[in-house]
Ligand binder design. Sequence first.
Ligand SMILES: Cc1ncc(C[n+]2csc(CCOP(=O)(O)OP(=O)(O)O)c2C)c(N)n1
Length: 286
Amino acid sequence: MALSIADLPKEELFGQGNAGCGGCGAAVAGRQAMKALGSRTIMTIPASCMATMGGSNLKTTWQIPFYHTLFEIAPAVSSGIRAALEVQGIEDVNVVSWAGDAGTADIGFQALTGAAERNEHMLHVCYDNEMYMNTGGQTGSQTPMYAVTSNMSKGKTIKKKNMLAIMEAHGIDYVASASIAYPLDLIAKFKKAAEKPGFSYIHILAPCHRGWQIPQEKTIEFARLAVESGLFELYEVEDGLRTRNVEPSFIPVEDYLTPQGRFKNLTPEAIQSIQAGVNRHYGRGE
Ligand SMILES: Cc1ncc(C[n+]2csc(CCOP(=O)(O)OP(=O)(O)O)c2C)c(N)n1
């Protein structure tokens, strides 16, 4: 039977008085994910907004054990936690590393690829706000081309690295993209990942209104537009089988891009080339 909002647990394991900005997409992702993972979960989080947002000392937002790790090592710490649980014969705990796009695709990548190669029994989550937000919105490999950031005032000149494809290439148990605008799809994916005996990877597009320069109450709306335009595809890969979970309605990419302040330098030619890329990807002709 399909999951419904009414079936979700009422318990809030993330989100009670967090220190994130109003309208923070990552905080929404945390709240949704915990509805699937439940209280038998240990989380490691490297330097990022999400680490600071979790609070400190006795005032943590997470109602589960949460370990704020160094930037480069969250999946390695999670691997160690899994090993420690195993020697104690504890099997009913989800071990998760939860990192931003820099903590996943850039500075944290070596620990991630190592843990994935070993097919550790754990889940790595990338909440992708497409910038280094906790230090002021710098460019990273997950920043899309043309986006203006605090250190690239004319916009990024190279393409976004495809982390989902990279993780798929590891041959791990489960790879999925998810969006905070599609909570039931996201929650179903976390449930699936939690049941895998090996490594799972979930990549969540989590808009940041500050970096994206959008109104703070429109975080979810832009997350949805990304999917509807076809720019952020919702899919999963299980046993080598790739399934698209949501068919986009194919609104013009322009409707997603131009209202965002970070794309203020987009030329009509650039918009055309982005649209052409989407059309090619979905086999829709030019
Ligand atoms: C080794 C190291 N280099 C740099 C930093 C400074 N630093 C802390 S958080 C951060 C950016 C994190 O970006 P991301 O992972 O995308 O998460 P976000 O802040 O966007 O939530 C940086 C550069 C650090 N803590 N450690």
